[in-house]
Structure formats: C-alpha cells, structure tokens
Design a protein around this ligand. Structure first.
Ligand SMILES: [Zn+2]
Length: 290
C-alpha cells in the first residue's frame, strides 16, 4: 500500500498545479480581491473543507505584500480559551535525515502508558523516514496527526528564512508544502489533518490566510518546552512547570538523543499533583494572535 502512495501524490500534485496554473490565467477569477488577507478570527476554528477550485481563489493574494513575519502572526492559534487547568501537548517531528529523522520511543511510550493525549505535527520527510512508526502512531486514538509541512519550510509567500532554513518562495511552493503533505497523510491514514504548523513555526500573515483557505487551522504554542530538543532535563522540567491554564506546549519527538522525554517525565507527575490535566488540541476553542 505504501509503495502506491507516491503515484497518488504525483497525480494529485499534477491536478493541483494544473488547477492552480489555470486559476492564475483565468480572466474570470483574476479580478482583484480587496478583501483583507487576514482571516476573521471566528472563521478560523470552523475546520473548512477544501472544496472545488472556484471556492479557493488564491489570486486574491496576488500583489499583496505580507506585513508580518515571525511566530506571533495574526491568525496563529497559541492557547486554549479556558480558565480550567488543562494543557495541550503538541509534539513535532521535523526532519527526514540524520538526527532530525529520529523517533523518541521512550517519550511516546510514556504518554501511551499514562494515556496522555498529544497532537503530533509531522513532516512528509519524517513520514518517509519512519513509515511504519508513522502508521502505528496514526492508528493510536491517543494521538492526533497534524501537518508540519512536506519539507519543513517556514511559511512564506516571498522566500523569507528562519533559523537559516529557506522559506517557501511563493504561493505555489507554499501550497505544495501544506497541501501535498496533507494529501500524503490523508492517503496513508484516511483522514486529512485539521491543524498545520510550519517548519520553524515562522509565518507571514498571507501564508496563514492561505493555510486557512486550504482547510487548516494554524497552531503555534505558548510554552516552548524543549527549544528544539536542545534543553537539558532540568530546563525542560522547569519550563513545563511554568505552564498555565490552557497552555499549548511545543516539544519534539524526533530527537531521542535529547533530554526531552526525561524532562517531560519529571514534569508531568508534578503538573498532575498541581491539578493539571492534559487534553487534545481540539478540546476547546483556541485563542489567536490578533
Ligand atoms: Zn519542526
């Protein structure tokens, strides 16, 4: 089954790019669209479906220069809107080679044993490097699979970079980064992800709007739990203990050589003693950067 996926993706991509190219040259939908590029907040959490070509008009962004660049960009969800002592754990798997393509089995096994839910943001590259592990994770109802981009690129419409990683260079590259990975996950699991977080979690606001048009809610974080899996065990623990009601915690499950798992295992019993519970990212409405 897995071997047939690249063909499905290729055909999907061809259809997608053809439609995109046709859309670009079609005089009918090439009217300038003066609607603001930023999606109204109330629309962001409605999980829109990707419909037929005419319902998504990327031409509306032609000639619109992005004004923002970073992690706290308009439309990025960063916290659960609640006063209850609940936390949402989100774990990224970023790379497809070397250390970045690893799998932190100790971390995942711990969550499984403790029945702690988590949202796993995976890149297409990481899936290719860990196909069997990916399918196993996707089949576990404790874990929700989310889209971390096909190639872990910062989400830009004009090629901006973050941490020396080249962002997507234009709309077509951004669409490929988001939609092709979503189709890949759909083909493997039978479900398209609801949430998107770009590689590096850097965005411009046009990219956020386009992700929304593609059917995604973009989710950042409130607590950087492991700083790209570079934190020591003590740093991880200390940072996690700073979480508050509704915090979205970002960590990584692709660096077993780091101390993320150890720090998390130290922190969770203390957080539980302090009355915190872990919930799915979809447990409640999100707060978004204005
Ligand atoms: Zn990442």
């Amino acid at each position: 089954m897995y071997k047939s996926v690249p063909w499905v993706l290729l055909i999907g991509l061809i259809i997608f790019v053809s439609w995109f190219t046709v859309g670009q040259s079609s005089p009918q939908i090439n009217q300038p669209d003066t609607s603001p590029p930023v999606v109204p907040r109330e629309q962001l959490d409605q999980s829109p479906q990707m419909g037929s070509g005419e319902s998504i008009t990327f031409n509306k962004y032609n000639g619109v220069e992005p004004q923002q660049w970073g992690e706290q960009v308009s439309g990025v969800g960063y916290r659960l809107e609640t006063q209850e002592k609940v936390l949402a754990l989100t774990l990224d798997a970023c790379g497809g080679s070397g250390l970045a393509a690893g799998y932190d089995k100790a971390l995942i096994d711990y969550l499984d044993t403790k029945q702690i839910p988590a949202t796993l943001f995976v890149t297409g590259n990481w899936i290719d490097a860990n196909p069997e592990i990916f399918l196993k994770l996707a089949g576990n109802p404790l874990f929700q699979i989310a889209n971390h981009g096909l190639n872990h690129r910062p989400a830009s419409v004009n090629g901006r970079s973050a941490y020396n990683i080249q962002g997507t260079g234009n709309q077509a590259e951004l669409i490929q980064e988001i939609a092709v990975n979503g189709e890949k996950i759909d083909a493997l699991t039978g479900g398209r992800p609801r949430y998107y977080r770009s590689g590096t979690n850097f965005y411009d606001e046009i990219a956020i709007s386009m992700a929304h048009d593609l059917g995604y809610v973009t989710v950042g974080y409130g607590v950087a739990g492991d700083a790209g899996a570079t934190f020591s065990r003590e740093q991880v623990k200390k940072t996690l203990l700073g979480a508050r009601a509704g915090s979205i915690i970002l960590m990584h499950f692709n660096h077993p050589e780091g101390q993320t798992a150890e720090g998390l295992m130290d922190a969770i019993p203390v957080l539980e003693q302090n009355g915190f519970k872990f919930v799915s990212l979809s447990a409640g409405p999100l707060l978004y950067y204005p």
